[in-house]
Design a protein around this ligand. Structure first.
Ligand code: ADP
Length: 505
């Protein structure tokens, strides 16, 4: 078994890995930038190494410093988490060349799945269905038009090196294609340093369903069923669940087999995810493979009972998987909400500040994978995801209710968060019915945000109103808190803020 692991990441995923290490008796080494000097992951690890200034380009993205930190502390392995350098073939290779174990797939497998076009080529060869489109970069607009004509509009231009929904353009008519191609190429160049853009058929109204795979070094490759990640904004996931209402045991077996075939074709080892689009007819199309642990891995852990991060470490230590495919059957339902420092009511504007108060939900079936605590500074250096709230319950209906309850227990003061947005989704009739697909949220968002306040907001506004009215009777009015017992609905968020500021929550 590995003895000491350097965790080349920050925030909730660094803590998640440190916890898995501790449970396995492995020592952990955290790394941190200036901004993270007092972050929880630094304190929770057995050791910590300062690696540079706050911008990630001067710390978490400097491979050489991470490797030096591992060598200096006598670590025998590096766990990259997700994001940062987790999917960089050169980094996986450099870690290996330094005599360290990479807790992830071989560098060659990362390379094979590294660009969307390479992954498509590989999937086609493995017999895994892909979205109709090209497998090479477009030369020019004329070629894009020619290809688009063969399968018809709308089409999607995509950056081969893409990630995080960047470098993507939907094109609905031939007249738009030249401009869209230029824009996609420019964005791809800026974001990934590579302007290769290819074209796919744009599938209308599919679900995003992905399959978790897990393979050891001894030739076993299994799938752990699906995650439904259709609740997306700007091609980015907001809420994930397992299993999916749209996936029958028979379809799960077929999608699982397709994912295992693609992973095997890439010589894959360790945990990975094959992403698919699933259309209303039950046809599925491979999108790409993520060659790392994913943000949404906990929902799979909760329905399968398999600790994915522990298994990443055990596989990297050379252990054999003790399960067989037929034993892996999802039990109950799990949902995850990404709690971000974004103000949903204001176009998801990033919010910064100091967490002045934090109340974390608990009780039956609730899991909090967080990277913050009271006193944490939330800046703009890193991803706005503060934490993940995950619940498990026997049925989807009870999981939605449990998530709603847990979200109401959650209080974060000091920055705006996506918490209220999630409360609204849990109260939404479409979501409750599982009637979601990848464009659902974008369509629903304006009404979701603009609607009347949530039941909880109404209750709090009423209490606040009554209390302030009572206080105003005995004291002179304070600016900004003058109370009227019948506050209009649109003022409820002000009421809420005032109530919070007054320490009522
Ligand atoms: P990224 O790596 O940038 O996340 P993906 O290929 O994983 O890009 O796609 C992200 C999201 O964009 C998908 O979950 C889906 O919502 C949407 N998408 C991607 N390809 C298509 C397509 N061909 N048709 C419709 N939507 C798509």
């Amino acid at each position: 078994m590995l003895k000491k692991v350097l965790v080349a990441n920050r925030g909730e995923i660094a803590l998640r890995i440190i916890r898995a290490c501790r449970e396995l008796g492995i020592r952990s080494v955290a790394v941190y930038s200036d901004a993270d000097a007092r972050a929880p992951h630094v304190r929770e690890a057995d050791e910590a190494v300062h690696i540079g200034a706050s911008p990630s380009s001067e710390s978490y993205l400097v491979g050489e410093r991470l490797i030096q930190a591992a060598l200096r502390t006598g670590a025998d392995a590096v766990h990259p988490g997700y994001g940062f350098l987790s999917e960089r073939e050169w980094f996986a290779r450099a870690v290996r060349d330094a005599g360290l174990v990479w807790v992830g797939p071989p560098a060659e497998a990362i390379a094979a799945m590294g660009s969307k076009t390479a992954a498509r080529t590989l999937a086609i060869a493995a017999g895994t269905p892909v979205v109709p489109g090209t497998t090479t970069a477009l030369r020019d607009a004329a070629e894009a038009m020619e290809v688009a004509r063969t399968f018809g509009y709308p089409v999607l231009l995509k950056a081969a090196a893409g990630g995080g929904g960047k470098g993507m353009r939907v094109v609905r008519a031939e007249s738009e294609i030249a401009t869209a191609l230029e824009q996609a190429q420019r964005e791809a160049k800026n974001s990934f340093g590579d302007d290769a853009v290819y074209v796919e058929k744009y599938i209308e109204g599919p679900r995003h369903v992905e399959i978790q795979v897990l393979g050891d070094m001894h030739g076993t490759m299994l799938h752990l069923g699906e995650r439904e990640c259709s609740v997306q904004r700007r091609h980015q996931k907001m809420i994930e669940e397992a299993p999916s209402v749209a996936v029958s045991p028979e379809l799960r077996a077929r999608m699982g087999a397709a994912a295992v075939a693609a992973a095997k074709a890439a010589g894959y080892v360790n945990a990975g995810t094959c992403e698919f689009l699933l259309d209303a007819k039950g046809e599925f199309y491979f999108l790409e493979m993520n060659t790392r642990i994913q943000v949404e891995h906990p929902v799979t852990e909760l329905v399968t009972g398999i600790d994915l991060v522990q298994w990443q470490l055990r596989i990297a230590s050379g252990e054999k998987l003790p399960f067989v495919q037929s034993e892996i059957v999802p039990r109950g339902w799990a949902i995850e909400c990404r709690i971000t420092s974004e103000d949903a009511a204001n176009g998801f504007l990033p919010s910064t500040g100091r967490i002045s108060y934090l109340k974390v939900p608990s009780g039956p079936g609730v899991r909090w994978d967080g990277g913050i605590e009271e006193g944490s500074e939330v800046g703009l250096f890193y991803d706005p995801m503060l934490a993940k709230l995950i619940v498990w319950a026997p049925t989807r209906e009870s999981a939605v209710e449990r998530m709603h309850r847990a979200l109401l227990e959650l209080t974060i003061e000091g920055v705006e968060t996506s918490r209220d947005f999630h409360v609204r989704v849990m109260e939404d009739a479409d979501f409750k019915a599982g009637a979601i697909e990848i464009q659902w949220l974008e369509r629903r968002l304006p009404s979701l945000i603009a609607v009347a306040p949530t039941a909880e907001e109404v209750r709090i506004a009423a209490i606040a109103g009554a209390l302030f009215a009572e206080r105003d009777r005995s004291a002179p009015p304070v600016a900004g808190t003058s109370a009227t017992s019948a506050a209009p609905a649109t003022e409820s968020s002000n009421w809420l803020r005032t109530a919070r500021a007054e320490g009522l929550r």
